[in-house]
Design a protein around this ligand. Structure first.
Ligand code: KIV
Length: 294
């Protein structure tokens, strides 16, 4: 008689948490993130675009999920994030938030303000952020330094937690001349540092540092006491790490960036790969500065 496969072995994707299982973990909140930052516990973040992956990443113990505008490339097949619009961000934020609610998930949910939804005025930024917060985001992320400082202050004063994003800012890829390392050299590094301090002073409590030299990211991380740095291609010295979900599962349609590790290699399910990522961020084994940094 053929044996009946167990639910785990029946699916190549691993098991999903039952729809109503109460989570034993406490919800991740701003005070909890600040506490992790102060204690030096690494913050593990991944992007998510849909309910199922959000639930799986939450079950794997992820601290933060980012509904990144990278969904333009990952889900929509665009060449850059420039074409992503606010209504698409609202749709995916709503889906991820619903996925988390279904499993009583605990992850802190961040959503990207897309290109063109916050550049015009602080009021436009507030209207766009409101759409994403009402779709279930706990925090919004916006790219750039300098002119964004007053926008960050405006949103934070109105009760909207903000994550800033410096270094390679994909929404301005055309102005930057491509997807290349930023903040190289003393002058560029000093500008980036000055912008980061201004963003912290304006109330940003998280800062994504994308494709910047590992030494610069580590120095900045040590200097910023109220703003947790989250690195992507920025070495191991940041307060946390983020990767695009599909990249770390090895299913990138284009060229895999140097700073990515394929966590499916050696894993027998997506759930296992997600757990391996959380473990590697927490114990500091990812990223490896020899392989994944500049
Ligand atoms: O859109 C995105 O996925 C991001 C991360 C790469 C940080 O901004």
């Amino acid at each position: 008689m053929p044996s009946v496969p167990s639910p785990a072995s029946a699916s190549p994707y691993g098991t999903l948490p039952p729809a109503s299982s109460p989570s034993l973990r406490k919800p991740v909140s701003l005070p909890r993130l600040a506490d992790m930052h102060a204690r030096g516990e690494k913050i593990a973040m991944l992007t998510a675009y849909d309910a199922t992956f959000a639930a799986m990443a939450d079950a794997a113990g992820i601290d933060c999920l980012l509904v990144g505008d990278s969904l333009g490339m990952v889900c929509q097949g665009l060449h850059s994030t420039v074409g992503v619009i606010l209504d698409t961000m609202r749709y995916h934020t709503d889906s991820v938030s619903r996925g988390l609610r279904r499993v009583q998930g605990t992850a802190w949910l961040i959503a990207d303000l897309p290109f063109g939804s916050y550049q015009e005025s602080r009021e436009q930024a507030l209207r766009s952020a409101t759409v994403l917060m009402q779709a279930g985001a706990h925090m919004v992320k916006l790219e750039g330094g300098g002119w964004t400082t007053e926008t960050v202050r405006f949103l934070v004063e109105r009760g909207i937690p903000v994550c800033a994003h410096l270094g390679l800012t994909p929404q301005t890829v055309h102005a930057l001349g491509g997807y290349r390392v930023q903040g190289k050299g003393d002058a560029a590094g000093a500008v980036l540092k000055q912008q980061a301090h201004a963003l912290q002073d304006a109330g940003a409590t998280m800062l994504v540092l994308e494709m910047v030299p590992a030494a610069l990211a580590a120095e900045l991380t040590a200097e910023l006491t109220h703003c947790a740095t989250i690195g992507i291609g920025a070495g191991k010295g940041t307060a946390g790490q983020v990767l695009v979900l599909h990249d770390m599962l090895g299913i990138n349609l284009g060229k895999m960036p140097k700073f990515v590790h394929n966590f499916m290699a050696g894993a027998s399910s997506i759930g296992e790969a997600l757990e391996a990522y959380v473990r590697a961020v927490k114990n500091g084994s990812f990223p490896d500065d020899q392989l994944h940094a500049w």
